[in-house]
Write a protein that binds this ligand. Structure first.
Ligand code: FE
Length: 343
């Protein structure tokens, strides 16, 4: 497919370029990524892809929802070939906006477990995280072993979690709705609210810091925030991290709630074939290791190890609910939080 000169120039003017952009020898020898991920390991992965295929990568980075808005505004003229972001709930939003196209790839279908990709191939998981329960071992002798138990009145005044507008909280409740139904989900959200130690606030790291400071007894957070505190110095966390215990919930039930960073090929991709090649490359053993290690996450492809720090958290059974359900239940999840007054 030909790419017009103005488009290339516009791209060069506005792009944070990690792979060197020589003037492409031929128009099809490139692929344009819009990504909300930024890790040094990702840059190495991209340059390895270029070395292996000769396809240059142009990278535009931005905040998740801003990139979605940008693609909407650019419409059919968008240079984006591949969209990368965190959380299936956000990938769902992009898909609902008509921004992502169906991809039927034997490689992707074989490598990415069914629950971690869109049913029609509009997006695919590239790394995986679990949203689990952390607790202060000094204060909580019998930590909750299930998500349902987080709403148990015996934990009143202990719970810290993010606000309801946060996509992780929407996806978690979306899964709860899928497994337990609307009414039970509303009761659960009410129970969470009643157990709060403070108004929902901050990011996942702040919930963990609340355990160290003593403000919180129980916290909900994604595994990689804790792993970061273990792997390096995170002020307010690392120095007190020994007092924090981890529970992978629902091991005797649906399994622990997992989510993804994921990627999809855009609807108007100027370099669709290259985009599919790139996604397939993302599922290679080497790329999976880069992605997982870059953010202390888990690979999506079976049989590949996470970092030693992440593996040290222990193995767990993951929920196999198709993550598209989280998006389908997103609007209802926000309503439920609002109805019970969970801010
Ligand atoms: Fe995160």
């Amino acid at each position: 497919m030909a790419i017009s000169t103005p488009r290339v120039l516009a791209l060069l003017a506005s792009v944070a370029v990690f792979a060197t952009i020589a003037v492409p020898a031929y128009a099809d020898g490139e692929v344009n990524i819009y990504s909300s991920r930024h890790y040094d390991t990702d840059e190495r992965l991209y340059s390895d892809f270029t070395a292996a295929t000769g396809i240059e990568i142009n990278l535009i980075e931005g905040k998740e929802d801003e990139l979605i808005e940008r693609m909407k505004a650019e419409g059919a003229n968008s240079p984006a070939d591949v969209f990368i972001t965190a959380d299936a709930g956000r990938l769902w939003r992009a898909e609902q906006a008509g921004l992502l196209s169906a991809v039927d790839s034997d490689v992707l279908n074989a490598r990415v477990p069914e629950s971690l990709r869109h049913p029609e191939g509009h997006w695919f998981g590239i790394s995986k995280r679990a949203r689990v329960i952390f607790y202060d071992k000094d204060r909580v002798s019998e930590p909750p072993q299930t998500y349902a138990a987080l709403a148990d009145p015996k934990y009143k005044g202990l719970l810290c979690a993010r606000s309801s507008s946060n996509i992780y909280m929407l996806s978690l409740l979306g899964a709860y709705i899928a497994h337990n139904g609307d009414e039970a989900a509303k009761d659960w959200a009410q129970g969470l609210k009643d157990n709060l130690a403070r108004d929902p606030q901050g990011g996942d790291t702040d919930q963990l810091k609340g355990l160290v400071s003593g403000e919180c007894g129980i916290a909900i957070a994604n595994t990689y925030y804790f792993a970061r505190g273990l792997a390096g110095q995170v002020d307010g966390l690392t120095e007190g991290i020994d007092k924090i215990g981890v529970v992978f919930p629902d091991q005797d039930g649906n399994g622990t709630h997992v989510n993804i960073s994921g990627a999809g090929v855009t609807t108007h991709a100027p370099h669709r074939d290259n985009a599919i090649k790139l996604l397939e490359y993302f599922t290679s053993d080497q790329a999976q290791a880069y992605f997982a290690n870059g953010n202390n996450e888990y690979p999506v492809v079976e049989g590949i190890s996470a970092s030693s720090v992440v593996e040290g958290l222990g193995s767990f059974t993951a929920d196999t609910l198709n993550l598209n359900k989280l998006g389908e239940n997103q609007a209802r999840a926000q309503e439920i939080y609002n109805e019970v007054g969970y801010k």
